[in-house]
Design a protein around this ligand. Structure first.
Ligand SMILES: *[C@@H]1O[C@H](CO)[C@@H](O)[C@H](O)[C@H]1NC(C)=O
Ligand SMILES: *[C@@H]1O[C@H](CO)[C@@H](O)[C@H](O)[C@H]1NC(C)=O
Ligand SMILES: *[C@@H]1O[C@H](CO)[C@@H](O)[C@H](O)[C@H]1NC(C)=O
Ligand SMILES: *[C@@H]1O[C@H](CO)[C@@H](O)[C@H](O)[C@H]1NC(C)=O
Ligand SMILES: *[C@@H]1O[C@H](CO)[C@@H](O)[C@H](O)[C@H]1NC(C)=O
Ligand SMILES: *[C@@H]1O[C@H](CO)[C@@H](O)[C@H](O)[C@H]1NC(C)=O
Ligand SMILES: *[C@@H]1O[C@H](CO)[C@@H](O)[C@H](O)[C@H]1NC(C)=O
Ligand SMILES: *[C@@H]1O[C@H](CO)[C@@H](O)[C@H](O)[C@H]1NC(C)=O
Ligand SMILES: *[C@@H]1O[C@H](CO)[C@@H](O)[C@H](O)[C@H]1NC(C)=O
Ligand SMILES: *[C@@H]1O[C@H](CO)[C@@H](O)[C@H](O)[C@H]1NC(C)=O
Ligand SMILES: *[C@@H]1O[C@H](CO)[C@@H](O)[C@H](O)[C@H]1NC(C)=O
Ligand SMILES: [Cu+2]
Length: 580
């Protein structure tokens, strides 16, 4: 037999093992009480919550019929970290690659999996996933480097939990009555969507733990008492083993690590998730920001409370080295610089900005504009002012420089790629200064990276995945306050090669969302954006954020509720830029 036919036989054999996972998901309301403090409605699948942990193999196909059985909210699903190479229309974000699925409608997600590691899936509809619509998933590959190095694997999620539902919390968050933009503080921390989790272990065995933060807001410190962790994967990228005593895991990030058990079985050991309270503007006395679980060697033995930790030292993910030792890509063809700020707009509420733009979804989802505007699709203007789109040329090397002018930590996620982390500053180092930085030569790759408070980072990727991809903060509050931009990668290639199933257009028709023309739905003049969706107008000139805070707080002090009356009284002059 010729070598070539052997190869194709091998390919045939490989594909014949690939499995199709057919899901019929009915997205429904369920009642749950994961922290034992308050039962509440949560979003489940087929009347179950927590959602099913998915287990795939590289090469498998997913065919998911997602029926929106919620009755009163739209929905969507995003498979976080999936490259969706060739299937950008299956990536999930409404406004970018699909329309929101209205109640009573079904959207078909159909794609193959071409990667391995630890991921998760969640709603990408505004504000929705923290209401429960989230779960981890794993993808195996027979070529994974650590196969044979462990006896068993466990998936553990970390998350934060609210007792109120997101629509209510969002209204309170983006409000004149919250001019400083203080994020709602979670009520509890969860481990695997519960508390007091027990994980049965056997002496001497080695386990692969796959840790995923599927929460809305809080990063967590994670550690296991008296057990060392060997990190081997971040966000779907296998790494050289790295020893860690404690991991800091932000919303949307994943870490896998190996842990070898003790030979003695007389004790059980606490593992702890502890929310990073630096992120919270207030720390209620009643809040237990820790969640505990146990490695259980002996179920009849005591499950001890964790010891207090004085100092939350943690492993620095910037030092990780990818297992494949892929070096930094060549110098960038295009550099996109984002300066991150938080400020008030004319409604007195606090928003988040990249370069002064607070993201607002366009009327026509970006991908549908790509497909329907001919050669104009390569001009970013047509996607809308506050869509904040960048057009990337196919196979260009792209750098994203992020300068954080805010005192908070933000986990940034890019869809469709695992970027190389060339550089990340420490706290308070200001803007990126190319003359004062040495890039990592074998940079870690991942899909979600934290920027330091008042610091910066530089990430690099190759635009080798035609599609429409979000770049956004994964703190749900900040995302909803506009901390996002859009990469339109190789639009001409998409026009020639992409087939969007009729079902997706049917969902748009049911939702009443236009699918033709520019961001404003103009199908005649693609550069005429009149009627486009826009962010709230800026504050009237001379009206500072500080002024609003003073106004609101003094009014609140005088009469609860008067603040908004005073504010709305001022509203008519918003657009007129009257100097006060
Ligand atoms: C979805 O679940 C709801 C609640 O159980 C049920 O009323 C509805 O019939 C289901 N719809 C489909 C299409 O399965
Ligand atoms: C977990 O255990 C703690 C301490 O016993 C208890 O206060 C808490 O309610 C438990 N959580 C759940 C969800 O049962
Ligand atoms: C996924 O399936 C593989 C193969 O059956 C199994 O070895 C592994 O333990 C499963 N992982 C999880 C998290 O269920
Ligand atoms: C939709 O219905 C559920 C279940 O009754 C309820 O808990 C939820 O608050 C409703 N959502 C909205 C936006 O009204
Ligand atoms: C899923 O996509 C594949 C490849 O395009 C196609 O052959 C198959 O018919 C699709 N499945 C469904 C249910 O549409
Ligand atoms: C975590 O929860 C998922 C989904 O309920 C479950 O499949 C998995 O086994 C749990 N992990 C552990 C360590 O118990
Ligand atoms: C457990 O026992 C094995 C076999 O005797 C030994 O190789 C290993 O070092 C022991 N592990 C620990 C943590 O002491
Ligand atoms: C949470 O755990 C940390 C670390 O051990 C400890 O210092 C802190 O007191 C705990 N907080 C609460 C509310 O139990
Ligand atoms: C995009 O279109 C705008 C408006 O017509 C024009 O000013 C701009 O130069 C164009 N940009 C490119 C890159 O062609
Ligand atoms: C260079 O970077 C260091 C920290 O890495 C900082 O302390 C120093 O101020 C920077 N110098 C300039 C000129 O930006
Ligand atoms: C997408 O597929 C193309 C063609 O196989 C490949 O060159 C490219 O590296 C892939 N991109 C990603 C991000 O997987
Ligand atoms: Cu953020």
């Amino acid at each position: 037999m010729h070598f070539r036919s052997l190869l194709s036989l091998a390919a045939l054999t490989a594909t014949s093992f690939a499995k199709t996972h057919n899901f019929d998901w009915n997205i429904t309301w369920v009642t749950a009480n994961p922290d034992g403090l308050q039962p509440r409605p949560v979003i489940g699948i087929n009347n179950e919550w927590p959602l099913p942990l998915l287990n795939f193999t590289k090469g498998d196909r997913v065919v998911a019929n997602v029926y929106n059985g919620l009755g009163n909210e739209s929905t969507s699903v995003h498979f976080h970290g999936f490259f969706q190479n060739g299937t950008t229309e299956m990536d999930g974000p409404p406004g970018l690659v699909q329309c929101n699925i209205p109640p009573g409608e079904t959207m078909l997600y159909n794609f193959t999996i071409d990667q391995s590691g630890t991921y998760w899936y969640h709603s990408h509809t505004k504000g929705q996933y923290p209401d429960g619509w989230r779960q981890a998933l794993v993808i195996h590959d027979e070529n994974d480097p650590y196969i044979g190095k462990y006896d068993h694997e466990y998936v553990i999620t970390l998350s934060d939990w609210y007792h109120d539902q997101m629509p209510k919390l969002l209204k309170e968050f983006i409000s004149v009555e919250n001019p400083t933009g203080a994020e709602p503080v979670p009520k509890s921390a969860l481990m695997n969507e519960t508390q007091n989790l027990t994980v049965a272990v056997e002496p001497g065995k080695t386990y692969l733990f796959r840790l995923a933060n599927i929460g809305a807001f809080a990063s967590q410190y994670f550690w296991i008492e008296d057990h060392e962790m060997q990190i081997v994967e971040v966000d779907g990228v296998w790494t050289e083993p790295a020893t860690a005593e404690r991991i800091y895991i932000a919303s949307a990030q994943r870490y896998s690590f190996l842990v070898t058990m003790k030979n003695e079985t007389d004790k059980n050991y606490a593992m702890v998730g502890s929310m990073d309270t630096d992120l919270f503007d207030t720390l209620p006395d009643t809040l237990n920001y820790n969640v505990t679980g146990w490695l259980v060697y002996d179920d009849s033995a005591n499950k001890p409370a964790p010891a207090d930790v004085a100092d939350f030292d943690y492993f620095d993910d910037y030092t990780l080295v990818p297992y494949d030792r892929v070096e930094a890509l060549p110098d960038a063809d295009m550099t996109i610089t984002f300066d991150l700020t938080m400020d008030n707009l004319g409604d007195g509420a606090n928003y988040a900005f990249f370069n002064g733009i607070s993201y607002v979804a366009p009327k026509v989802p970006v991908l549908y504009s790509v497909m329907s505007t001919g050669s104009a699709a390569s001009n970013a203007t047509i996607y809308g002012t506050d869509t904040h789109a960048y057009v990337l040329k196919k196979d260009d090397i792209v750098d994203i420089v992020l300068n954080n002018d805010d005192t908070g930590k933000h986990p940034f996620h890019l869809h469709g790629h695992a970027f190389q982390v060339l550089w990340r500053s420490g706290d308070n180092e200001g803007h990126y200064n190319p003359d004062n930085v040495t890039f990592a030569s074998t940079p870690v790759r991942r899909d979600t990276l934290i920027v330091s408070p008042m610091g910066n980072f530089v990430v690099r990727f190759k635009a080798d995945n035609p599609g429409v991809w979000f770049f956004h903060c994964h703190i749900e509050w900040h995302m909803d306050a506009g901390l996002a931009a859009v990469m339109v990668e190789a639009p001409m290639y998409l026009q020639e090669n992409l087939d969007i199933p009729q079902n997706h257009y049917d969902v748009c028709a049911a939702a009443g969302t236009p699918t033709q023309g520019n961001a404003a739905g103009n199908t005649e003049d693609y550069f005429d954006l009149s009627g486009e969706n826009k962010a709230v107008a800026p504050l009237p000139a001379g009206f500072t954020a500080r002024g609003i805070v003073a106004l609101v707080f003094s009014c609140v002090a005088a009469f609860v509720g008067l603040a908004s009356i005073v504010w709305y009284g001022l509203a008519p002059i918003q657009g007129g830029r009257v100097v006060m």
